[in-house]
Design a protein around this ligand. Structure first.
Ligand SMILES: Cc1cc2nc3c(=O)[nH]c(=O)nc-3n(C[C@H](O)[C@H](O)[C@H](O)COP(=O)(O)OP(=O)(O)OC[C@H]3O[C@@H](n4cnc5c(N)ncnc54)[C@H](O)[C@@H]3O)c2cc1C
Length: 399
């Protein structure tokens, strides 16, 4: 008899896990705290390592229809806009790595996964307005509670409840809060047709400046442009606000952005000024995982940001959550309740090193992207000489 698996969290990671596990024959019940399933209004890049997994989940065709497939990635100096390096994406990366490089609106990716999960009913049951407040074990059963009125039981639990995970405390010995990095992301979206022609682009564009960088790319079949500015802002300084949308104040976010970038971003200023609305996010991460014990304990497994939150400087946080989901389902396929803990520990053994490597590389990218002085001169020279070779990530895209 298949195992009954509970999933806490219905973000990209939780929904990917629901689809992957149910396609593998398991019975899944997912619990999302929000009143309705939703994602933030911003873009997301998906490398070929991720889109290959979307194919495994049966959702790549639907994702492609809503995505943009950028022609190339171009890296420029944030101050004067000079081109430092370019790498083709589109056909060449798809041929090389067996999956497309896609840029999506997060709500589009989320809705594709949600539809796939709904199509798997009754093997997948989806609950909203279900904030998990208690996690307990009774023999071989995991019990979840939401306040004092709702409870669920399963043979195993997947904590896909994000950065501030409650489930994490059931897995790691001494849970600590995530690290406030002192970096802030400002995100904006605009209709391409509302932008001056000179600002329209089919590329992933990256601008490198001192203690900041900017990334722009098309989403929604190229109809919208996503721009994110990522800057080192001291704790308590501009952008240090909570992640609660009720606290968002767009005018304050815009003012904080302009203060944070100062005069370090002339090459992007026209695009920044053209964007209609800005939202600020404080960025948090955790040190790279040190072993499988930080991903699984007994009948409880962590997946995505609950296990390995990272700076978005390799654009792979959601990618690793989707990789986790597919890897978990592969280990759990054909398991019954009794064999679930063994499958969970094989999942953690298979995943922790890759996740740790991606976390470490994301931090390192931050140092390289935001370099100043001699390091910046050396970086720019290397980019001019090695170009596409430096921008490619075979270790990541082949994995
Ligand atoms: C500026 C920025 C840019 C990024 N760009 C990229 C990119 O280009 N590519 C990429 O791959 N990644 C990117 N990321 C990272 C990516 O957004 C995250 O890694 C990813 O969203 C994590 O997904 P998740 O499902 O693990 O967690 P989340 O998206 O945080 O989802 C967790 C879910 O669990 C729910 N939840 C929480 N607690 C409970 C509870 N107690 N009970 C029930 N439900 C609960 C939440 O409501 C939420 O729906 C970026 C991140 C940022 C900040």
């Amino acid at each position: 008899m298949p195992a009954r698996i509970l999933i806490a969290g219905g973000g990209i990671g939780g929904l990917a896990a629901a689809v992957a596990l149910a396609r593998g024959g398991q019975s899944v019940e997912l619990l999302e705290q929000a009143a309705a399933f939703a994602e933030v209004g911003a873009g997301i890049q998906l490398g070929p390592n991720v889109t290959r997994r979307l194919k495994t989940l049966g959702v790549l065709d639907a994702a492609r229809q809503l995505a943009a497939r950028p022609t190339s990635v171009a890296v420029r100096d944030a101050q004067d806009g000079a081109l430092l390096a370019r790498m083709p994406l589109a056909d060449s990366i798809e041929r090389k790595y067996g999956g497309p490089y896609l840029c999506m609106h997060r709500a589009d990716l989320h809705s594709v996964l949600l539809q796939a999960a709904r199509d798997l009913a009754p093997r997948v049951e989806l609950n909203t307005a279900a904030p998990i407040t208690q996690v307990a074990a009774r023999g071989d059963t995991v019990c979840l509670g939401s306040g004092s009125i709702r409870a669920w039981e399963g043979d195993g639990l997947v904590g896909a409840d994000g950065l501030w995970s409650l489930v994490r405390a059931r897995v790691v010995e001494e849970p600590t809060p995530p690290r406030a990095t002192g970096h802030t992301a400002w995100r904006a979206l605009a209709r391409i047709e509302a932008l001056p022609a000179a600002l329209r682009s089919t590329e992933v564009q990256v601008w490198l400046g001192e203690r900041l960088h900017a990334v722009a790319y098309p989403v929604r079949g190229g109809a919208w442009l996503n721009l994110v500015i990522l800057a080192e802002v001291p704790p308590g300084g501009a952008g240090a606000r909570t992640q609660d949308p009720a606290d968002w104040d767009q005018q304050a976010d815009m003012a904080a952005l302009l203060t944070a970038i100062g005069n370090r971003c002339h090459g992007v200023s026209a695009l920044i000024e053209a964007m209609p609305h800005w939202r600020a996010w404080q960025l948090n991460d955790r040190p790279p995982l040190t072993g499988p014990h930080e991903m699984v304990r007994g009948r409880v497994a962590l997946l995505g940001d609950s296990a390995h939150p990272m700076l978005p400087y390799l654009a792979q946080g959601a990618g690793m959550a989707i990789e986790d989901a597919v890897a978990l389902a592969e280990r759990v396929a054909n398991c019954d309740a009794e064999s679930l803990p063994g499958a969970f520990s094989r999942y953690a053994a298979a995943r922790w090193q890759r996740n740790a490597r991606v976390q470490a590389r994301a931090r390192r990218n931050g140092e390289v992207f935001h370099a100043s002085g001699a390091k910046r001169v050396a970086r720019d020279a290397a980019l001019r000489v090695l170009g596409a070779h430096l921008l490619d990530n075979p270790w990541l895209y082949e994995g």
